[in-house]
Ligand binder design. Structure first.
Ligand SMILES: [Zn+2]
Ligand SMILES: [Zn+2]
Length: 121
C-alpha cells in the first residue's frame, strides 16, 4: 500500500471514523487538482503530499529510512547552472543522505542506498 496514503488514512481515521482507501485517493486527487495540495514525486518513490500554501522549500530524503524531510532555505545561485541564454523559473532540490535518526542508529549492515538521480524538468 502507498505509504503516503496510509499515513493520511491513519491520521484522518480518528477524525472521520471509518474511511475507505478509495475515498482518500479520490480526495487527494481532487485536492491536487484544485491546487490546495501539492504532490511531491521523487524518483522511484510513491507520491507524497503537502499543503500547497506552504512556502517554497526543498527536500532531504534519507536513503536508509526513505523519509522525506523539508529543508529550510534554498540555493540561491541555481540560475548559474542553466545554459547560457536560459532562464530558470523554478526548481526542486532534493538532497540525499542519512537523517539524524538513522545516523545515531548503529546498523551492522545498512541496506544498499538506491541510486539517487537528479530530477529532470
Ligand atoms: Zn533515516
Ligand atoms: Zn528551493
Amino acid at each position: 500500500m502507498d505509504a503516503a496514503v496510509t499515513a493520511v488514512l491513519e491520521r484522518a481515521r480518528p477524525a472521520l471514523g471509518v474511511l475507505g482507501l478509495a475515498t482518500v485517493y479520490r480526495t487527494l486527487k481532487r485536492l491536487v487538482e484544485d491546487g490546495s495540495v501539492r504532490a511531491i514525486t521523487l524518483p522511484g518513490e510513491n507520491a507524497r503530499y503537502e499543503a500547497a500554501e506552504s512556502p517554497h522549500h526543498d527536500h532531504f530524503q534519507c536513503l536508509q529510512c526513505r523519509r522525506v524531510y523539508d529543508i529550510p532555505g534554498c540555493p540561491t545561485d541555481l540560475h548559474r547552472l542553466a545554459p547560457h541564454g536560459f532562464t530558470v523559473e523554478k526548481h526542486d532540490v532534493t538532497l540525499y543522505g542519512k537523517c539524524r535518526v538513522c545516523r545515531s542508529r548503529r546498523v551492522s549492515s545498512p541496506p544498499e542506498p538506491r541510486r539517487a538521480r537528479p530530477r529532470r524538468r
